[in-house]
Design a protein around this ligand. Structure first.
Ligand code: PXP
Length: 244
């Protein structure tokens, strides 16, 4: 499976102070250096983390594929057509949510999405739709003309994190079934949301169906913890002249 590293939450820390650090652009370059297959970022309408300039710089500097998650709005489409990411992943967006809370309702939005994706496809941008592992949503995604679906793993992840392993296993079966259907309909199959160093193990059992995972929060969370000691030591060295 390929790994897309989502660097949104590096920007969340920066935006907490509206300062220049930590830079998601720097994080994207380090992820590339570490062997990531793709950089994923979500330009939200409220610009709560990633800013337009981050996207432009990442597009310019990063050499691995760039996957732009965005709501299906006119504003976002014109940004995508200007910046030209390798892939656009359409996600639902509500301002009050903490994070993307479910898949896009492709069934209800089918006619609108069909028109929405046309100019993006003409610009050779791959179209992926972030959907729940539900048969109708997968079928509608194929009808819209998407190239791929990213299956929402949030429900699975939450069940696993709550130690409801049996239900998590059932959700895994839903993901497998939805993934198989998507593949049979000619769609590429990706997955993501809420995956951690622990719960990802279940998803890895579906490597015969899922080509790629997009993971963000857990990687950034672990980066903070594992890099923290070094960061404190370096500040101590500066302040105490190396005498820690
Ligand atoms: N995939 C999609 C479509 C998302 O919206 C997100 C969150 O921005 C992710 C993957 C990554 O989720 P997480 O940060 O929970 O790993």
């Amino acid at each position: 499976m390929r790994l897309g590293v989502n660097i949104d939450h590096v920007a969340t820390v920066r935006q907490a102070r509206r300062t220049f650090e930590p830079s998601p652009v720097f994080a994207a370059l380090i992820a590339q250096q570490a062997g990531a297959d793709q950089i994923t970022l979500h330009l939200r309408e409220d610009r709560r983390h990633i800013q337009d300039r981050d996207l432009e710089l990442i597009r310019e500097l990063v050499k691995i594929p760039v996957n732009l998650e965005m709501a299906p709005t006119e504003e976002m489409r014109s940004i995508a057509l200007r910046v030209r990411p390798d892939r656009v992943t359409l996600v639902p967006e509500r301002r009050e949510e903490i994070t993307t809370e479910g898949g896009l309702d492709v069934v209800s939005l089918k006619d609108r999405l069909k028109e929405f994706v046309k100019p993006l496809k003409e610009a050779s941008i791959e179209i992926s739709l972030f959907v729940d592992p539900v048969e109708d949503q997968i079928k509608a995604s194929a009808e819209v003309g998407a190239d791929a679906v990213e299956i929402h793993t949030g429900t699975y992840a939450n069940l696993w994190n709550d130690h409801r392993f049996q239900e998590a296993e059932e959700e895994l079966r839903n993901i497998e079934k939805a993934g198989r259907l998507a593949r049979d309909l000619g769609l590429r199959v990706y997955a993501g949301h809420g995956l951690t160093y622990h719960n990802v193990k279940g998803i890895l059992k579906l490597s015969h169906i899922i080509e790629e995972l997009n993971i963000g929060h857990s990687i950034v969370a672990n980066a903070v913890i594992f890099g923290f000691e070094r960061a404190v030591r370096e500040m101590l060295a500066l302040i105490k002249g190396g005498r820690t």
